[in-house]
Design a protein around this ligand. Structure first.
Ligand code: DOR
Ligand code: ZN
Ligand code: ZN
Length: 362
């Protein structure tokens, strides 16, 4: 059976441009997005240089304008001393990103006074999104509450975190959150077997931040679907050679597997199509105040069963943590603003077809 979905929105993507285009760039990353049924991506600011001031931000905006095949927004990154300067760029940005735990890249905001400065300066109609794990999440919710500011929490992975967000929502705090597919479908039991018996398990290719969590944490996410506003890939491509090195950088590609994995879960009756549309279209549009994409849809064959293979993907990174998984539900065709942009495995949108969702807002 063929069904039509609206153009999906991925609010959390790392496209590595500027600075690490051997891992991904705007042309390959947005090709991967279209192949995955995603017609809008929001690119993260932990690039090289990081997108923390006007020059770097414009490098990314220019690269995207020339190379993006789908629509896009670009985040700015918060630092200890850029709070007063960012508002002048806010109109052009998808939102502001707080990195509050150590992860890939140079951005880390570990001074609570700096969080407060950003809450004071950043315009209220532009979202603030945060990488905030465990106790850091509790601290952030408290400080956001002091400033009466909405926050969006990235890639929630643990029971303690989803329960905290549920409690905050129950008290009326304006907080929203996303979950990444790897935390819905992988756990610590998927880590490589630790032959050394060391306390810190060797993650190898499975290194990702937040780390893969326990099966109990994963169950808590599925048990609290109603608390999860968005599904977002956290597409974080690193090459296979980098992932198989002695110091594997953290991150998984995800743009081309999120929808097949979610559709497979629909087949297994763990989810509904409406659950997907709410979390990858309706809620992202509301949270980020996105314009409509006219004449835009995704055609999916719900019955088609196949094996996920990196060899068939468009991302530059050349691997997937879901290699060999059986999926049910294939993306056949994607139409973006009246044009066929993906059809039967072929990317049809040229680099530059994508619009900046902020530049084209009324
Ligand atoms: O695993 C991760 N990789 N987590 C992050 O927060 C950043 C990302 C990246 O940029 O590679
Ligand atoms: Zn993150
Ligand atoms: Zn990320």
């Amino acid at each position: 059976m063929m069904i039509r979905l609206p153009g999906l929105i991925d609010i959390h993507t790392h496209l590595r441009e500027p600075g690490a285009t051997h891992k991904e760039d705007f042309a390959t990353g947005t090709a991967a997005a279209l192949a995955g049924g995603i017609t809008t991506i929001f690119a993260m600011p932990n690039t090289q240089p990081p997108l923390i001031e006007a020059d770097a931000f414009h490098l990314a905006l220019d690269a995207a304008a020339q190379k993006a095949r789908c629509d896009y927004g670009i985040y700015l990154g918060a630092t200890a001393d850029n709070a007063a300067d960012l508002p002048s760029l806010a109109d052009q940005a998808a939102g502001l990103k707080f990195y509050l735990n150590a992860t890939y890249g140079p951005l880390l905001l570990d001074d609570v006074a700096a969080w407060r400065k950003h809450f004071e300066h950043w315009p209220v109609d532009r979202p603030i999104v945060a990488h905030a794990e465990r106790q850091t999440l509790a601290a952030l919710l408290f400080v956001a509450g002091l400033h009466d500011r909405a926050v969006h929490i990235c890639h929630v992975s643990r029971a303690e975190e989803i329960n905290l967000i549920k409690a905050a929502k129950d008290r009326g705090q304006p907080v929203t959150c996303e979950v990444a597919p790897h935390h819905l479908f992988l756990t610590t039991s998927d880590l490589p077997v630790d032959q050394d018996g060391e306390e810190e398990p060797w993650e190898g290719r499975m290194s990702v931040r937040p780390r893969l969590a326990t099966p109990a944490d994963q169950q808590a996410l599925w048990d609290n679907l109603d608390v999860i506003d968005c599904f977002a890939t956290d597409h974080a491509p690193h090459t296979l050679a980098e992932k198989d090195s002695d110091e594997p950088p953290s991150g998984f590609p995800g743009l081309e597997t999120i929808l097949p994995l979610l559709l497979t879960a629909v087949h297994q009756e763990r989810l509904t199509i409406d659950d997907i549309v709410a979390r990858m279209h309706t809620n992202p549009r509301r949270i980020f105040n996105l314009p409509e994409q006219p004449e835009t849809w995704v055609e999916v064959d719900l019955q088609d069963e196949y094996i996920i293979q990196a060899a068939q993907t468009h991302t530059k990174c050349g691997w997937t943590p879901f290699e060999g998984w059986k999926a049910r539900g294939r993306i056949r065709r994607v139409v973006l603003r009246g044009q066929d942009v993906f059809k039967d495995g072929q990317i049809l949108a040229p680099p530059g077809y994508g619009n900046n969702i902020r530049a084209h807002q009324p």
